[in-house]
Structure formats: structure tokens, C-alpha cells
Design a protein around this ligand. Structure first.
Ligand code: SF4
Ligand SMILES: [Zn+2]
Length: 280
């Protein structure tokens, strides 16, 4: 097989991301974009790509990292997040579960069937709150094609139709305090993200979260990888089917403000505050 040409690969990747940016108008000129960075390959690539588009769109970029408190895992990612933001000259704002909710994920993980439930709820909560405080217009996450298809199938398997409007490369602003999330890597496979990091010798954290194995996501991920191997194009086809089926029926849930913390919420008390109450 012909060896991969780095320049050609990078150009093709950038062209596919540009398509998503333009087709879905992910951002406008002169906007402030906060990039959620964990140090993993997806968030690092998102940061580098947006930095590549920075001049053309006159963007103001900043980065936010969250230390969930996962011993032996997150420290490495955070170190890489610092290295990459330093290298690109982008301000990094560091937040942690310890400071924001008084608990590390390691201390509360056993209370839930899957640690990803409190992890996701508190991470989204802190990211949105921080991006809002920093005056960001958009919050960019590193969700790639694989993540999106996995999340879609997870919601589908749980008949969680309320989550359907949350798919897609750009989420609408449905509350003034909810920063619209954008996913520049929406049509880029995890494999391509990994190839980018290796070809360009970029410092990324390749380790797996110790809690990941127990999650439904991990099982769906394994299943999809087998399907993709046997029937190449399966992941992209699922994404396309989803896009075509739900695009026309997009209905966003109206958001209230949490009675306790004032953050956007679909209920009177937001999920983060409910969880905090359960934890005492
Ligand atoms: S795998 Fe689950 S617990 Fe680990 S960082 Fe991701 S969401 Fe959090
Ligand atoms: Zn709340």
C-alpha cells in the first residue's frame, strides 16, 4: 500500500472540516470560541484546526480543561492540554470537579451504574458555565464521527428522543446562558484523528479512561468497529440516515433556569444540582 502523504492527508482533513464549518455555519467572523480540551487526540485536533482557521475568520480562541478527578488518567491529559495550548499561544482556563462540586469523580463514581453519567453531567455543566463567564460565543468540542454515531445509537437504544435535537455539528442557542456547542470534527472518523496525530507527531494522550470499559458507549463502540471492518462506510451511513430522518423534525426543548444555581435547565432544578443533593 502507498505510504500516506502527510501534506495531502492534512489538506484533505482540513477541506472536510471546512465543509462542515461552511455548510452548517459553525461560527461567524470575529467570534470568541472556547475549545474544550482534555488532551485526548480529538480535542487536540479541534484546537489545532480552529487555530488554522483563526486568521481567516479573525477568531478569538481560548481553551477550557476540566479535571474530573480520575486518578492516574486525567493528569496526563491535562499536561498535554497545557503543552498544546502553550505551543499555540492560546489561553487555557483550568477547572476541576474538586473546586466546582467539592468531589472528585473517583469519590462519587461508585454511586452510579456508570461513572460516565455524573462525569458527563458535571463536565457539561462546568464547561457551559465557564464558557459563559468567559464571554464565548461558541463552545467547540472534539466529538468526532464515531462519537456522534455512538451517542445516537445509545439514545436510540434507550428511546431517549429528547436527546435527538442535541445531535448534529451545531446546536442552536435555546437559552441566553447556554453557549451553542459546535463539533468541527463531526464528519471525521476516530481513525483519521489518530492518523493525523501520528503523521504530524503531535503530543496527545492516547490512554483510555479506567471507567470507559463498563459503559454502554464502549459496547456500542466495539460493535460499530466490527461492523465498519466488515462493511466499510457503516458509520457514515448511520450518520447520514440520522441527518436525513431528523433534520426536518428538529424541535428544541424550551429551557428554564435552575432554581438553585441559575444555569440553563429543562427542569426547575438542573441535573447537576439534583446530583449534588443526592450526594449530600
Ligand atoms: S469514559 Fe466516562 S468517566 Fe471516563 S472521562 Fe469519559 S465520560 Fe468520564
Ligand atoms: Zn442547578
Amino acid at each position: 500500500m502507498e505510504p500516506l502523504n502527510r501534506e495531502r492527508f492534512n489538506q484533505n482533513l482540513k477541506m472536510r472540516v471546512r465543509k462542515v464549518i461552511e455548510n452548517y455555519q459553525l461560527f461567524k467572523e470575529e467570534e470568541t470560541i472556547a475549545v474544550a480540551i482534555s488532551g485526548g487526540k480529538d480535542s487536540v485536533l479541534t484546537l489545532h484546526l480552529l487555530n488554522d482557521f483563526k486568521e481567516e475568520f479573525n477568531l478569538h480562541l481560548l481553551a477550557i480543561s476540566i479535571d474530573e478527578g480520575i486518578s492516574g488518567y486525567r493528569e496526563k491529559g491535562l499536561k498535554i492540554a497545557r503543552e498544546n495550548t502553550d505551543k499555540l499561544g492560546i489561553e487555557l482556563v483550568e477547572k476541576s470537579f474538586s473546586a466546582e462540586i467539592n468531589r472528585k469523580l473517583d469519590q462519587i463514581a461508585h454511586l452510579y451504574k456508570s461513572s460516565c453519567i455524573p462525569c458527563g453531567i458535571f463536565r457539561r455543566y462546568i464547561l457551559n458555565k465557564t464558557a459563559y463567564q468567559l464571554g464565548a460565543d461558541k463552545l467547540a468540542t472534539g466529538h468526532n464521527l464515531d462519537d456522534e454515531v455512538q451517542s445516537f445509537l445509545m439514545s436510540f437504544a434507550r428511546a431517549d428522543f429528547r436527546r435527538f435535537p442535541k445531535f448534529g455539528p451545531k446546536l442552536q442557542q435555546i437559552h441566553p446562558k447556554l453557549i451553542p456547542r459546535i463539533k468541527p470534527l463531526w464528519n471525521i472518523s476516530e481513525k483519521d484523528v489518530g492518523t493525523w496525530a501520528v503523521l504530524n507527531d503531535i503530543s496527545v494522550h492516547f490512554g483510555d479512561c479506567p471507567y470507559a470499559q463498563k459503559s454502554l458507549r464502549s459496547k456500542i463502540k466495539n460493535y460499530l468497529n466490527i461492523m465498519e471492518e466488515d462493511h466499510p462506510g457503516t458509520k457514515m451511513n448511520i450518520l447520514e440516515s440520522f441527518r436525513k430522518s431528523f433534520q426536518s423534525s428538529e424541535k428544541m426543548v424550551k429551557l428554564l433556569e435552575c432554581d438553585r444555581c441559575g444555569e440553563p435547565s429543562s427542569l426547575n432544578i438542573c441535573k447537576a444540582c439534583q446530583m449534588r443533593e443526592e450526594m449530600g
